[in-house]
Design a protein around this ligand. Structure first.
Ligand code: AGP
Length: 616
């Protein structure tokens, strides 16, 4: 989704805005723009393409000023053109506005404004909002901060949909107005300067003291301070959070892509997900953030896990984990489906929503729908103080550190690690024995070292990946805990290489999928040494019998059996079947990454995608 950053202070705004946009580019990157206030005017520069294209345009035609707003776009309404890039102006040309979100009733608003003589230059929903605010301000008899806040407030009362906006006006230099409903905004507190951004990573290089705006809040921000109020005019309090993200965390370092850096961070990220949460003496997991007593947890009769994309695949692994270790009926629901279904749930149903960003619109809506029906709803999030984290009734942080690459990697393994801890805890307050619990704890403690061994397979995996990079279609298969990994591996590949990759339970092959098998269509089979290994071998034979190439992900010690029938084999360390999804998924992360690099794809910013889908 779109990225927003605003600056007001003593420094030149443009360099700060461009640097911030660069850090937000993963949120959306089809066009970008900047507006600054200088000498009583609004100066705007915007370009189709990447931030560097905008930087070059500004270098050729500089703009100054120490108050500015900027935006990097992921198109929701209107084609990718310079006219549709943000910022958008009102008809006076003195007010500029940038927006993240979707204004559902923009057509109606636009028609009304056009009937009043407002001319539009873009196809976007955002321009209607800019015109609406400008109209309200121009009707005001006063020309001050309060009047602009009131104009924003008045305009937003007509809006249906979601927004995170920043507004400046040429008559009010040194002032930015921010407002949010459904799209994140964070206010950065500096010395004699303040920032407004859609994501803290854009401003962490300047300040780590931030205020997260809540829905329906409006912020009036100057270099010296800020005032928060609500859409209905009341004052609003706030808490200052010191984020624990460093400049380095949001840098690629020596890696060519964020995705590769984040794949390599998984020894640390899984270690951090486990830190302080394993109790040897009780042979269980300790998860204080659930805000539920053992008695509360013991009364749970059913669990629903909900999320989108990779988070949904992690939830699918969680279903197997919880049912196996705790024997609690568990089901997964795509958040986008859950929010509109009328899932029959009893009062003893516990809902978990999973979201790395904590801002995914469908997942947030699923959380709110679950709470609306009175169910305790817990979050498994990475982004501390994100909307989902703040609105959940409790939950477990992933502690994976910032994940910038659009393709989720460490967030998947951290989510599965957290779900393993939850399953262990739930099992140990029911029928899971102390010895079984201790065994799982030992396995979890050995996991980071096994991840490190998988990371050392990078060169071998890269060589195999390159051999299959020209495939047009690729099939991924797995059973039980690794069926979700097949789906995740397929998602990884399709989203960064654009190859038509599909994931299935291995046994589904003969129910139709096998029609796709041919010498040009490779099959990736996740076949660890587990209870269904022999069944996976049979599926491999079925593929081979029809001339399909097979890449197997197996367990050390089973290489010979696999090498006899497969074209390529990658072996992961021996591990309990409940932990093979973590190890196998890292292999598939490398596999997708090196195919995409081989194809020259933009790994960190794949076409049509954005890191956090904050629109429906
Ligand atoms: C996965 O690689 C994609 N980035 C996407 O499917 C992502 O997992 C999904 O949009 C959910 O994001 P969230 O975890 O931030 O809610």
């Amino acid at each position: 989704m779109c990225g927003i950053i605003g600056y007001v202070g003593k420094a030149e705004a443009v360099p700060i805005l461009l640097e911030g946009l660069k850090r937000l580019e993963y949120r959306g990157y089809d066009s970008a723009g900047v507006a600054t206030l200088e000498e009583g005017l609004v100066s705007v520069r915007k370009e189709v393409g990447r931030i560097d294209d905008l930087r070059r345009s500004i270098a050729l035609n500089p703009i100054g000023g120490s108050t500015g707003i900027s935006h990097t776009r992921w198109a929701t309404h209107g084609k990718v053109t310079r006219e549709n890039a943000h910022p958008h102006l009102d008809r006076s040309g003195k007010l500029a506005l940038v927006h993240n979100g979707v204004i559902e009733n923009y057509a109606e608003l636009r028609t009304q404004l056009e009937e009043e003589g407002h001319l539009f230059v873009s196809q976007t929903d955002t321009e209607a909002l800019a015109q609406l605010v400008g109209r309200a301000f121009d009707r005001s008899t006063e020309r001050n901060q309060g009047a602009l806040v009131s104009a924003v407030r008045e305009a937003l009362t007509h809006v249906k949909g979601t927004y995170g906006i920043a507004v400046v006006h040429a008559e009010l230099p040194g002032l930015i107005i921010g407002a949010r409903r459904g799209s994140p905004l964070v206010l950065g507190i500096g010395k004699g300067e303040h920032f407004l951004a859609s994501d803290v990573s854009a401003i962490v290089g300047h300040t780590r003291d931030v205020v997260y705006l809540n829905d329906y809040e409006i912020a009036a921000i100057t270099g010296e301070g800020f005032v928060l109020s609500t859409i209905d005019g009341a004052g609003a309090g706030y808490n200052v959070t010191t984020v624990d993200m460093s400049h380095e965390d949001v840098d690629k370092g020596e890696y060519p892509h964020y995705m590769l850096k984040e794949i390599h961070e998984q020894v640390r990220s899984v270690t951090d997900a486990l830190r302080g949460r394993l109790s040897h003496e009780e042979a269980t997991a300790k998860l204080g953030g659930l805000n539920m007593s053992n008695g509360d947890l013991r009364s749970i009769e059913r669990i629903v896990l909900s999320g989108c994309g990779t988070a949904f695949h992690a939830a699918m692994v969680g279903e197997y984990l919880i049912e196996s270790l705790a024997q609690i009926p568990t089901e997964c629901e795509y958040a986008s489906e859950f929010r509109y279904r009328n899932l029959p749930m009893t009062k003893d149903t516990l809902v978990f929503v999973l979201s790395q960003s904590g801002e995914t619109a469908d997942t947030l809506a699923a959380l709110r729908e679950s709470q609306r029906k009175g169910h305790r709803t817990l979050g498994i999030c990475n982004n501390v103080a994100s909307t989902i984290a703040r609105e959940s009734d409790g939950g477990v942080y992933m502690h994976a550190g910032p994940e910038i690459g659009v393709a989720a990697t460490k967030s998947f393994t951290s989510q599965v690690t957290v779900l393993t801890l939850i399953a262990l805890l739930l099992g140990r307050i029911r029928n899971l024995s102390s010895s079984a619990g201790s065994r799982i704890i030992s396995e979890l403690e050995e996991l980071p070292a096994k991840i490190d061994r998988v990371l050392k397979l990078e060169v071998e995996i890269a060589a195999i990946a390159r051999r299959y990079a020209q495939s047009k279609v690729m099939l991924f298969m797995g059973r039980q805990y690794n069926y979700p990994v097949a789906l995740e591996g397929a998602l990884k590949l399709k989203e960064i290489s654009y190859i038509a990759a599909m994931g299935y339970p291995s046994a589904e092959l003969k129910h139709g999928v096998i029609a796709l098998v041919n010498p040009e269509t490779p099959s990736v089979v996740i076949a660890p040494n587990d209870a269904v290994f022999a069944k996976n071998l049979s599926n491999i034979e079925e593929v081979k019998a029809r001339g399909g190439p097979v890449i197997a992900i197996g367990t050390e010690g089973k290489g010979n059996e696999l090498s006899l029938i497969c074209d390529d084999v990658i072996l992961i360390p021996e591990a309990s079947e409940i932990l093979t999804p973590i190890l196998a998924s890292i292999v598939l992360q490398f596999f997708a990454y090196y195919i995409a690099v081989e194809l020259g794809c933009d790994v960190d910013k794949p076409r049509n995608l954005a890191k956090s889908v904050t629109v429906e």
